[in-house]
Design a protein around this ligand. Structure first.
Ligand code: RFL
Ligand code: PHB
Length: 389
């Protein structure tokens, strides 16, 4: 098999990149380890920046997001007593769209066959070869058969645990990492959300987030210790704790129902530099992870592929190499700012095991400052809606 660009991973980064390149007539084959149903079974992001929705509009894969996406002009920070509304539309001039990662992925998957985007699902044992040459290739097993996919470039969109990043020699890279001493316990339930907007709550007992997928489907999260098990959180315990942490006003509006999904995700900040080695590029979670507090992970995957698709189009259509040369630097400039914002909001909103009484008062003072300062709210708003590409 032969293609212009071989992509590892059919998550949002791989699918979006595949479509953007196909729209320019570049041939793309994606190899994905798991099945389509497995990919769609992962419940993850919910908030899309305009930079992300713009890409879907540009591709014309926006019919459902137009009708089902929820336009949010603000969100709320809660400090145990108050609800502090950040009016992102007024302060930063943009809204965000609440539309699940599952739905983005489904829309991109559904549009693949008609646009000639080839996706090989359930490709096992993916290995990358000759990435320092102009003729790299991918080896994998499909239905017990060894296969070889030759390409001009390989793009690793295979998430944090995939093989692409590991194919780059250690002496050629820098790693930056921060692991947080807690995780998020997430619950999805078919009940109306407790508020029209998202609520990020800093409570004595820990962080909580009220989010949603639609007018009838809620997504809630609780900060939990890293050693906590889902089995330790029957539905009643989850709802009781959420009610306390969201505070009296929002807590009173929670409608309970059976959890249709419950999982715990660890929180991590991670950056891998550079995002290119020879003929291999990295995009999305394969190169960087943010804690979910800023809702930036999927949006960074989208901005990476916006830069990379322009660079690869320049190369294949016009023979330009400048975009390819500058991809890593351009992408990382935006990534580091999203890393900063995600780290800031995580540090502001969570209880840390090592936190002193002084540290706690610093959090509360910062929240009080935000509540009373338009400048502070503007800074948060412009980061939340997404910095320009
Ligand atoms: P993905 O989605 O992990 O996709 C990688 C794909 O690569 C495949 N793969 C392989 N394929 C072939 N061979 C192998 N050996 C392979 N190994 C892996 C995988 O099966 C998979 O299909 O990475 P991508 O595309 O870079 O997308 C990144 C986003 O998924 C991620 O950043 C977001 O989900 C993060 N995130 C959020 N981002 C936002 O922008 N807004 C949010 O509101 C938001 N909320 C969240 C989140 C992530 C969360 N968790 C669970 C970590 C909330 C949570 C709880
Ligand atoms: C979600 O709805 O899953 C969600 C929303 C906002 C975040 C993280 C996750 O910051």
């Amino acid at each position: 098999m032969k293609t212009d660009v071989a992509v590892v991973g059919a998550g949002p980064a791989g699918l979006l990149l595949g479509h953007l390149l196909r729209a320019e007539g570049i041939s793309v084959t994606i190899v994905e380890r798991v099945s389509p149903a497995y990919v769609l079974g992962r419940i993850r992001a919910g908030v899309l920046e305009r930079t992300t929705t713009d890409l879907l509009v540009r591709l014309g894969i926006d019919a459902r997001i137009k009708t089902e996406g929820l336009r949010h002009g603000g969100f709320v920070l809660a400090d145990g007593e108050r609800l502090i509304r950040i009016n992102i539309e007024e302060l930063a001039g943009h809204h965000v769209t609440v539309y699940g990662q599952t739905e983005v992925t489904r829309d991109l998957m559904d549009a693949a066959p008609e646009r000639g985007l080839e996706i090989i699902y359930e490709a096992a044992n993916v290995t990358l070869h000759e990435i320092e040459s102009d003729a790299p290739w991918i080896g994998f097993t499909k239905e017990g058969q060894l296969e070889r996919l030759d390409a001009r470039f390989i793009v690793g969109c295979d998430g944090f645990h995939g093989p692409s990043r590991r194919a780059i020699p250690e002496n050629a890279v820098q790693l930056y990492e921060k692991v947080y001493p807690f995780g998020w316990l997430g619950v999805l339930a078919d009940v109306p959300p407790c508020d029209q907007e998202l609520i990020y709550a800093n409570h004595e007992q820990g962080f909580a987030l009220a989010s949603m997928r639609s007018a009838t489907r809620s997504r809630y999260y609780l900060q939990v210790p890293l050693d906590e098990k889902v089995e330790g959180w029957p539905d009643d315990r989850f709802w009781d704790e959420l009610t306390v942490r969201l505070g009296p006003e929002a807590g009173a509006r929670i409608i309970r129902g059976p959890a249709i999904e419950k999982s715990i995700a660890p929180l991590r900040s991670f950056v891998f530099e550079p995002m290119r080695h020879g003929s291999l590029f990295l995009a999305g979670d394969s190169a960087h992870i943010v804690p979910p507090t800023g809702a930036k992970g999927l949006n960074l995957a989208a901005s990476d592929v916006a830069y990379l698709s322009a660079a690869l189009t320049g190369f294949f259509r016009h023979g330009h190499t400048d975009g390819i040369e500058s991809y890593s630097e351009r992408a990382l400039a935006r990534i580091w700012k999203a890393e900063r914002f995600s780290w800031y909001l995580t540090s502001l909103m969570h209880r840390f095991p090592s936190q002193s009484r002084f540290d706690r008062r610093m959090q509360l003072a910062e929240l009080d400052y935000i509540a009373n300062s338009r400048a502070a709210q503007t800074s948060i708003a412009e980061n939340y809606v997404g910095l320009p590409l």
